[in-house]
Design a protein around this ligand. Structure first.
Ligand SMILES: Cc1ncc(COP(=O)(O)O)c(C=O)c1O
Length: 496
């Protein structure tokens, strides 16, 4: 848990903010987890469906989009954003949906949080571009100080700001090579680290790599501790972590890299891979392997960071401090921002000019990101995510008793994966797209992940109320029930 008092006065912001011209408190009561007062009235009525989506306004937008916007985007539903507040989103035709996505782990404090909005507005009137490569800017300095103060064990320092999670991975990769003077790395099956250069090369999914080879050489992939679908067909804890053994004794000693590795790059909980939570020994084991190899442990917390899992960073659940920590998504609260922070002796090795970016440390992103992370700290969202996460996980586990289509429920805080199967015993994956469509039509925005596309990500904004979570789960269960009826499952059981 972050020690709020440890966050110095310099980087603390106001505890109140203006909504509709009135001063409103930012901190909600912890008893029943209501929505914070700043959430707009229309957003409190979610879900509210006024027209079958896509309505006429949405259709008109989609028509132009389909003609002029790149086909590379993989839109999962015909939703057109009009506005968002708290944990609700509205489309162009006035349909209001509850949100289980946080904009893919971005809007942790809540959509259009007034502190973020105000910070952007104030900053935009003064300075937009701050030339971070060549000049100093107050909010960049304050933000880097805050990130040091909330870093695991306060052990990391010297933030480098870029423009996205993928760019932050690139920076970590370069720093690792620069520091170790080595050029080989270990990454994991099921990993996702972005779509550019190093990030794509460290990403395992064939569909995402397809047609882009050759990628950066020197990366070996090894199984993640995905115990529900163990590639070694083992069972935890009896296995004694074969995956760790395999990495140490097979990959690193017999035909993996051509020499000592520079780093192991890992997500503490896999995001795109299916919200996979490794057993408690996995990350400490990786740390030990890195130490034995004089290699660095790079933890990619782009999706898990900033209170999402009930701690500021997910690595804190496992008592492991990485050598380099990668941040993105919620770091900016909605503006494009990524960063790395590292152990000081590592970061200090980078000489001036070793790495740079025109827009990294940009004035607007610094103002917005600083305001968002301040809100996360001061509104105690780690605690809220932990408590609401426990409640949500309990409800989902009860749902799993009723719904055979659910094979597994796992997670930490409000990062919960629900894995769909055709049968709980055979574990044959059931692709989630049709259930996802039913959820959206029922008023719940959801996204999926997983190597088989069968895992729902339950990742609402951390300000979502307990009542809204329960309502969302009702929509979710109804969609699952419909799907079971369609597939005629729910009466099946163990084979034989
Ligand atoms: C763990 C992880 N790393 C890196 C990235 C890439 O971030 P971006 O899309 O901002 O480049 C993502 C994006 O989903 C991610 O989940």
């Amino acid at each position: 848990m972050v020690d709020n008092e440890a966050v110095s006065e310099t980087v603390k912001g106001p505890k109140t903010g203006k909504v509709d011209g009135k001063e409103k408190p930012m901190i909600a009561s912890e008893e029943d987890f209501p929505l914070p007062d700043w959430v707009a009235d229309w957003a409190r009525e979610a879900p509210k469906l006024v027209v079958r989506a896509p309505g006429p306004k949405s259709k008109a937008i989609i028509k132009i989009d389909r003609e002029y916007v790149s086909y590379a985007y993989d839109r999962c539903f015909t939703f057109t954003f009009e506005k968002a507040s708290g944990a609700s989103v509205m489309d162009a035709d006035g349909n209001v949906l509850l949100d289980f996505t946080s904009g893919i782990g971005v809007e942790n404090a809540g959509w259009t949080h007034p502190r973020v909005v105000k910070a952007i507005q104030d900053q935009a009137g003064k300075l937009i571009h701050s030339m971070a490569n060549d000049a100093y800017f107050d909010k960049e300095a304050y933000f880097a100080k805050l990130l040091h103060e909330i870093s695991p064990g306060k052990a990391l320092k010297g933030t480098f700001f870029g423009n996205s999670g993928g760019e932050a991975v690139e920076a970590a990769f370069k720093l690792s090579r620069y520091y170790t003077k080595r050029s080989e790395h270990v990454a994991f099956f099921g990993s996702y680290h972005g779509r550019v250069g190093a990030g794509l090369s460290l990403t395992s999914k064939l569909k995402l790599r397809y047609s882009y080879g050759p990628l950066i050489p020197g990366i070996v992939f090894t199984p993640y501790a995905y115990c529900y679908r163990c590639p070694f067909k083992q069972t935890y804890p009896e296995c004694g972590l074969w995956c760790m053994d395999y990495l140490e004794k097979q990959v690193l000693e017999m035909g993996g890299p051509t020499g000592p590795i520079s780093s192991i790059v890992v997500e503490p909980i896999q995001g795109e891979g299916g919200y996979v939570v490794p057993p408690k020994e996995f990350l400490p084991g990786l740390k030990r392997i890195c130490e034995s190899q004089n290699a660095l442990l790079i933890m990619d917390e782009v999706q898990t960071g900033f209170a999402r899992t009930g701690k500021m960073f997910a690595c804190e659940h496992f008592d492991v401090i990485p050598d380099i920590l990668v941040m993105g998504k919620a770091l900016g609260g909605g503006v494009p921002l990524g960063a790395i922070i590292a152990k000081n002796e590592i970061m200090k090795k980078w000489r001036p000019g070793s790495h740079s970016s025109t827009f990294g440390g940009n004035a607007i992103t610094m103002a917005a990101g600083l305001a968002h992370v301040q809100a996360i700290v001061e509104e105690n969202l780690c605690d809220r995510a932990a408590k609401l996460g426990n409640h949500t996980t309990k409800l989902l586990r009860e749902m799993m008793e009723r719904r055979e289509i659910i094979g597994d429920v796992r997670g930490k805080g409000l990062m919960i994966g629900v894995e769909l199967v055709k049968n709980q015993y055979t574990k044959e994956p059931h692709e989630a797209t049709t259930v996802q469509g039913k959820c959206w039509r029922g008023g719940l925005m959801t996204i999926t992940s997983g190597i088989y596309g069968n895992v729902f990500r339950i990742a609402p904004p951390l300000c979502m109320s307990k009542a809204q979570i329960e309502k969302s789960l009702e929509i979710f269960e109804k969609s699952l029930k419909d799907e079971e009826e369609f597939l005629k499952i729910g009466t099946s059981s163990a084979p034989g």
